[in-house]
Write a protein that binds this ligand. Structure first.
Ligand SMILES: [Cu+2]
Length: 484
């Protein structure tokens, strides 16, 4: 793939932003008609247009990025489970793009992944995706383009949105439903990462190597600008609730770079689904933890009238915009934050009762050890799976119909959200504790920790496995599974 130089967008002044809003219309009138850009035959259910957008996080805080249909996040796509859909994607940028349907069980040619040989949406071109949405639940869609050293590509941009698949028999036991995407903006490179939040840092570090690699760390990506959906804390409309209501929050960590902890001051979240899949044991928690790419559906009983902040548990991150106000009727004070009494997050509490066996005994096991090769000053870290770089396509060969166990051994000082495309994972172990019945597509493997997942090889075709942190994926933290 040839990477073209791209317009560099930073934050804009208001005047510049006003001018930038004219951009899409000007571009379309001046754009040459691409020969491949003719409309495919037949009716489409959804159209997504990839183009530059401005996002007004707050007054005087307007940034420019690439988004879908003139906004970021993109439109909430609601689909019916099992009902085939057609999505036309128009690419009004000068670089090839891919749209990935995260958490859906779809074939490789529409999964939106270069490594799986999904065709690109050409620059100034279009492509039609047709698939049958399943399974039901909170999914999402996003660019799967590689970014490497370009922080204006792939999941660093505003190309993301919710995709909700309706089963048709949701009991709807809630009074309000809110889709909240956690985001950071204006990423920059740094070799200094404040390790303020490494999931598992206080847990048994089962995979900590006896001898640590102390070479100087390479580049990571950081941000100082945050929002929930398209608004920074305090800038958008509050979520207005009444005492006694049950409010369902569908949360998504749409960050390209960071895992994040979220709480709602004065309240507990009752977690009912992880990555869109109902959990065996719904549990109340003080704070949520979402790895990049993960979703959590949680219900809050509105039983503590006031004006509260739902946001990042880290004060500096909230202060930089990651939050939204939850306001009870007839309450008019300043929004309040209260630290949760514990930040503890543990997938295992949502497991089926102890002693319950996983869905099926695995036929085969693959060990997967993750290592970081520090890049040193000004260079990128690289990432190895089982001591080797991507693609590993001769090692992870699947027999159709067989059940596999993947044992993740995280020998790095980061918590990594590991995503397997086109398949559903059952979490069967986290840091030495057995679990069952928790179905996910993205699993955070704790700091020097260990996790095991099981899946059935029932989706023939190339299948990408990767860390959902963009710069980790781009610099080697991935493997290609194939079917025999
Ligand atoms: Cu990672």
């Amino acid at each position: 793939m040839q990477r073209r130089d791209f317009l560099r967008f930073g934050s804009l002044t208001l005047a510049q932003a006003a001018a930038a809003k004219l951009l899409p219309a000007q571009m379309s009138s001046q754009m040459p008609q691409h020969p491949a850009a003719s409309l495919p035959e037949g009716k489409t259910d959804y159209t997504l247009r990839i183009a530059p957008v401005t996002v007004e996080l707050a007054p005087q805080r307007i940034l420019s990025t690439i988004g879908y249909n003139g906004v970021s996040p993109g439109p909430i796509l609601r689909m019916r489970e099992g009902k085939p859909v057609t999505v036309d994607v128009i690419n009004n940028t000068d670089v090839p793009e891919l749209v990935h349907w995260h958490g859906l069980l779809v074939p490789s040619d529409v999964d939106g992944v270069e490594e799986e040989a999904t065709p690109f949406i050409p620059p100034q071109g279009r492509r039609r995706y047709q698939f049958t949405p399943r399974p039901a639940g909170s999914r999402w869609y996003h660019s799967h383009a590689m970014a490497f050293s370009d922080l204006h590509r792939g999941s660093f941009t505003g190309q993301f949105g919710f995709l909700f698949i309706d089963s048709g028999n949701d009991p709807g036991q809630y009074d309000q439903e809110h889709f909240l995407a956690i985001r950071d903006w204006e990423p920059y490179f740094t070799s200094f990462m404040e390790d303020t939040d490494q999931q598992g840092q206080n847990d048994p570090q089962l995979e900590k190597p006896a001898v640590l690699n102390t070479d100087p760390n390479g580049l990571e990506v950081n941000s100082n600008t945050y929002s929930i959906n398209d608004k920074s804390l305090g800038a958008g409309e509050p979520i207005r609730v009444k005492e006694g209501q049950r409010v369902l929050f569908r949360l998504l960590n749409a960050s390209a770079i960071e895992n994040r902890r979220i709480a709602l001051a004065g309240h507990k979240f009752k977690v009912i689904a992880l990555d869109g899949n109902p959990v065996p044991s719904p549990q109340p928690v003080e704070a949520l933890f979402l790895g990049a790419g993960e979703r959590i559906d949680a219900v809050v009983e509105m039983d503590h009238p006031g004006v509260w902040i739902l946001g990042a548990t880290e004060e500096s991150i909230r202060g930089a915009g990651l939050g939204i106000v939850v306001e009870y009727a007839n309450q008019h004070r300043q929004p309040q934050w209260v630290d949760p009494s514990t930040l503890r997050w543990d997938y295992a509490i949502f497991s089926a009762p102890e002693g319950t066996q996983p869905q099926r005994t695995p036929d085969h096991t693959f060990e997967m050890a993750f290592e970081k090769v520090p890049g040193g000053a000004g260079k990128f870290n690289t990432w190895l799976v089982n001591g080797k770089p991507y693609p590993h396509d001769q090692e992870f060969v699947l027999q159709q119909g067989a059940r596999y166990r993947l044992i993740f051994r995280n020998r790095t000082d980061d918590a990594h959200p590991m995503h397997l495309h086109r398949h559903q994972l059952e979490l069967t172990e986290i840091n030495g504790r057995k679990t069952s019945g928790i179905i996910k597509d993205t699993v955070v493997v704790p700091y020097y920790g260990r996790a095991s997942v099981d899946f059935t090889a029932d989706q023939p075709g190339l299948t990408l496995f990767h860390c959902h942190i963009q710069q980790h994926m781009d610099y080697g933290f991935k493997a290609l599974f194939r079917y025999a």
